[in-house]
Design a protein around this ligand. Structure first.
Ligand code: ADP
Ligand code: ZN
Length: 350
């Protein structure tokens, strides 16, 4: 078991990697717990969850909205929850987001333990204290910064996840290496040497300590970035590498988050190269690694549609965006790019 601490505006958030999730009650003394989870997890983990007061949200991103939050507040009132209670978010990114938002708003703040049950949430979305719900066409536009008191990442929870979810989540960890740690990227390249095909990647990472190492390193990188810029006003934005184009692809083509950002990262790598930063050789390294891991890299997307969505998503009227480039593997750079320039580069590249 490893403990990683995140220092934030309001104290310390403790993140455990490979602590058995069943031990969560040891963390907080003499408190009552309420668990927020979803309709899939309550079935799979009923042997554990039956002990708690639970609030079950329908599974799916479309339920991450204010009307659902109101129903949760109603249930908290029905359970007579007061500030002595500790809230537990038990689920993927959607549930951890909802639990974070509810914990920071109900009675102006309840203690929170997040138990992320997806690799994506354990390595990325459940770490860093951003939460949010969707409103109108905008993703995560209503939310707060609220660091959980504890996060428990237990790889045993990932055994019930479909392989595609694991593979897709690895894209986000590769991103952490690309923007912050060449060593972590090379770790993935070495792992790639051990696999004979994308199919046996998943069984190999469940062996030995590989998955635990990946989670630990991804969490450490996220913590280092967040501690320097908790409120996402400067350098935290490097974590958006691959996401500007990736998010658009995700909503147009309905691909998984990690698959979409895999395409977004290869595109952003090519844009970096075109602007004179990343070498041809490094663009190829990135593309090869993602593709050997079974992630999409050569998907032909509709540039006009993608650009339309980027414009619509901006929530403001200026015609430029902060675009994350790579100077080299392990070092990101944020550049202000006009939308017309971005469109021209994409048309040149594809
Ligand atoms: P993320 O955004 O972290 O990938 P989501 O919150 O969107 O995850 O959840 C994706 C789906 O996976 C949901 O339907 C959820 O119920 C399901 N899920 C989450 N964790 C597990 C798990 N450990 N085992 C099986 N299914 C899970
Ligand atoms: Zn992401």
């Amino acid at each position: 078991m490893n403990l990683i601490e995140l220092n934030h505006h309001n104290g310390i958030s403790k993140i455990f990697v490979n602590k058995p999730y069943q031990h969560l009650t040891e963390l907080v003394d003499e408190r009552e717990f309420v668990v927020i989870t979803d309709t899939n997890l309550i079935k799979i983990y009923q042997d554990f969850l039956w002990k708690f007061k639970t609030i079950v949200v329908p599974a799916g991103e479309q339920f991450k909205k204010l009307s659902e939050i109101e129903q949760i507040y109603q249930k908290l009132i029905d359970y007579e929850v007061n500030r002595e209670y500790c809230l537990i978010g038990f689920g993927g990114g959607v549930i951890c987001d909802i639990a974070g938002f509810v914990a920071s708003t109900f009675m102006r703040g309840l203690k929170l333990i997040n138990i992320p049950t997806t690799l994506l949430a354990q390595t990325d979305s459940a770490i860093g204290g951003k939460n949010g719900v969707n409103f109108l066409q905008y993703k995560n536009i209503i939310g707060t910064y609220n660091q959980p008191d504890y996060v428990i990442c237990d790889t045993n929870l990932l055994k019930t996840l479909p392989e595609k979810e694991i593979r897709s989540a690895l894209a986000e960890s590769i991103k952490a290496g690309l923007v912050y740690s060449e060593e972590f990227f090379v770790y993935f390249e070495n792992l790639n040497q051990k696999i004979s095909s994308p199919q046996n990647l998943i069984s190999i990472i469940f062996e030995d300590d590989i998955l635990e190492n990946i989670i630990k390193t991804a969490v450490q990188i996220k913590v280092s970035v967040v501690e320097k810029d908790e409120y996402d006003v400067s350098n935290r934005r490097i974590l958006n590498f691959g996401h500007t184009i990736g998010h658009s692809i995700e909503s147009i083509y309905g691909m998984r988050h990690g698959e979409s950002i895999s395409i977004g990262m290869v595109t952003a790598a090519r844009i970096s190269n075109k602007l004179g930063y990343l070498s041809d050789y490094d663009v190829e390294r990135i593309k090869n690694l993602l593709s050997n891991f079974g992630l999409p890299v050569d998907f032909i997307f509709d540039i006009n549609l993608v650009m339309k969505l980027i414009e619509k998503d901006k929530k403001r009227s200026s015609d430029s965006i902060n675009f994350v480039l790579l100077e080299r593997i392990g070092k990101a750079k944020i550049a202000e790019l006009s939308l017309s320039n971005l469109k021209n580069i994409l048309n040149d590249l594809y």
